[in-house]
Design a protein around this ligand. Sequence first.
Ligand code: NAP
Length: 278
Amino acid sequence: MTGTRRHVLITGASRGIGRLAVERFARGGWSVIAGVRDPAHLEPFDVGGVEVVRLDLNEPEQIAAAADRAHAIAGGALDCVVNNAGWALFGAVEDVDLDDARRQFETQLFGPVALLQEVLPRMREAGRGAVVNVSSLSGRVPLPLFGMYSAAKLSLTTVSEALALEMAPFGVRVTVIEAGVVDTEFARSTVISGAVGTPATPYAAPRDAILGRLRAVRGDAPVRAQDVADAVFAAADDPDAPLHVVLADEVLRDPVFDVEGRGPSAAVLDGVRALFEF
Ligand SMILES: NC(=O)c1ccc[n+]([C@@H]2O[C@H](COP(=O)([O-])OP(=O)(O)OC[C@H]3O[C@@H](n4cnc5c(N)ncnc54)[C@H](OP(=O)(O)O)[C@@H]3O)[C@@H](O)[C@H]2O)c1
């Protein structure tokens, strides 16, 4: 670490939640390494202390190079890494293109894990650090036609839970952020796959209902992108940050979607720890 300045690497920093997180960290006095796919078309950040690195999570060499650059800037271990980059695959399980599905998992599971594999050894050796993974409530509450997106997000959530257990003895914290619908331009990041994009699809009814509902909700979504960016910052900044941060739309607080009740209780976790002696 150079002086007492803290260093964070954020993926998917060009727009939306990632961009707001870059600004939040920079305003908080952190040095920010902002990972973007296409630096040539990046609108300049209007805060100082930001270094841009090229980082496409589907390009393994870029992951290694971005981590190297971040470590050089930090002069050693990073204080935080934020896996935020994402896009949504929209297609029926019946005929979604499996290469598209593999790309989805590459961006939202294997790419983030590859990045973690680059940065965790130094964090572990330093005995400090925070991992913030931006997952989604879609992982727990899947919508039709978003099956692969939900599966990739739930995988990231599950990996985060295991990682938290692995890293706790080494002083590295993990927080997974699960939000409902957020007011970003995430629709731009949606890729339609398989026959769901054609008029003849048997899934026209759920397709039209879901896309229409998402369009209607997004404009005045109860979860604001700034709230998510603030939660990301808090997870990095607060030594007592919880493993799970849920930012839910009101509808998801309905008992039908008991999102906060999922997961093992403290007693179950204690029992498992006792059983396996960790
Ligand atoms: N918006 C929601 O309703 C919502 C809800 C829950 C969770 N989330 C999650 O929040 C995160 C941020 O999404 P957002 O709402 O801020 O959407 P957004 O405005 O569409 O931003 C997505 C970001 O991810 C980047 N990205 C996409 N694919 C990438 C790849 N292969 N490698 C590197 N960067 C990539 C995009 O870069 P480009 O500019 O190059 O495309 C962009 O910076 C995502 O993980 C998303 O799943 C969103």
